[in-house]
Design a protein around this ligand. Structure first.
Ligand SMILES: NC(=O)c1ccc[n+]([C@@H]2O[C@H](COP(=O)([O-])OP(=O)(O)OC[C@H]3O[C@@H](n4cnc5c(N)ncnc54)[C@H](OP(=O)(O)O)[C@@H]3O)[C@@H](O)[C@H]2O)c1
Length: 261
């Protein structure tokens, strides 16, 4: 008998997370769904159990709250059948940084960064022991584009990209794979929730297409998956240029342009 493999997905009551739940259930995984809206979580769980004959547990948790993150951490530490963690829950806040409400700013930091770090940390040890498994983190193309004007949200997503790249380097030789998915604008409730002006929305990718593309990247074990990027050589060039900077970061010499004349 094979052990049942489980995927824990945060923010899976709707949007991108709910589609990940559907796709992993379709692949035969049992699920643990995490979000705040218990009614929606239970409805989705029922539907997925009926359709795919998999087991689905739900955890109602607000991942901006320390003690509620702790409950999910415990599950990740104690359930040896969890093989994949999808850090999907995230939020945005509209408006310019200076005008954003400080409570909202703190919530965004807690959800988009602190929860991702804590949950990844919680699952890490058991994945390393098993020498298998994966962590999928949902970033955003905004993390590569300060020009888009989403200062705080973009900063949190740039963190996700760096964290995922670095963690993948740390874990890949231990048999654990880390992927960052960088969606572009995708049709979900996030826009309404963040208070975005509905009249000024960019073209939106369908959330089903986004997740299906992200899973193609997952199956290829890509570290960074950018479904909207048409020419993958542009990403390769970008990474090669970045790598060219690295040798100089390991020297101790002040560059001539900064030397006192
Ligand atoms: N949609 C886009 O255009 C887009 C583009 C780039 C990246 N992304 C990223 O994709 C991810 C998913 O976003 P989405 O577009 O699917 O958003 P969404 O439709 O607003 O869904 C967000 C999910 O996160 C959950 N969530 C929100 N606050 C939470 C909290 N405090 N604690 C626990 N769960 C919480 C929500 O459920 P409850 O309300 O039930 O808690 C929901 O299930 C996010 O990380 C987002 O930043 C989205």
């Amino acid at each position: 008998m094979t052990t049942p493999s489980k995927v824990l997905i945060t923010g899976s009551s709707t949007g991108i997370g709910a589609i990940y739940a559907d796709r992993f259930a379709q692949r035969g995984y049992h699920l643990i769904l995490v979000a705040r809206d218990l009614t929606r979580l239970n409805q989705l769980a029922q539907q997925l159990m009926q359709t795919y004959k998999v087991k689905v547990e739900v955890i109602q948790a607000d991942l901006t709250q320390d003690q509620e993150i702790s409950r999910v951490e415990q599950v990740l530490q104690q359930d040896p059948n969890i093989d994949i963690l999808v850090n999907n829950a995230g939020m945005s806040v509209s408006g310019s940084f200076g005008q954003q409400n400080l409570n909202k700013i703190e919530q965004l930091i807690a959800l988009n960064m602190t929860a991702v770090v804590r949950l990844s940390h919680a699952v890490c040890q058991q994945l390393i022991q098993k020498k298998s498994g994966a962590i999928i983190n949902i970033g955003s193309v905004v993390g590569l584009a300060p020009e888009f004007g989403l200062t705080l949200y973009g900063g949190s997503k740039a963190f996700i990209q760096y964290f995922s790249q670095a963690l993948n380097l740390e874990l890949k030789d231990k048999g654990v794979y880390v992927q960052a998915v960088l969606p572009s604008a995708t049709k979900t409730e996030i826009w309404e929730r963040s208070g975005s002006d509905i009249k000024n929305l960019p073209p939106m990718m369908d959330a089903n297409d986004l997740v299906d593309a992200a899973l193609v990247g997952f199956d290829k074990k890509e570290n960074i998956t950018i479904p909207v990027l048409q020419d993958e050589n542009k990403w390769k060039d970008y990474e090669q240029l970045r790598m060219k900077l690295l040798p100089e970061f390991s020297t101790a010499k002040v560059a001539p342009r900064y030397q006192k004349v």
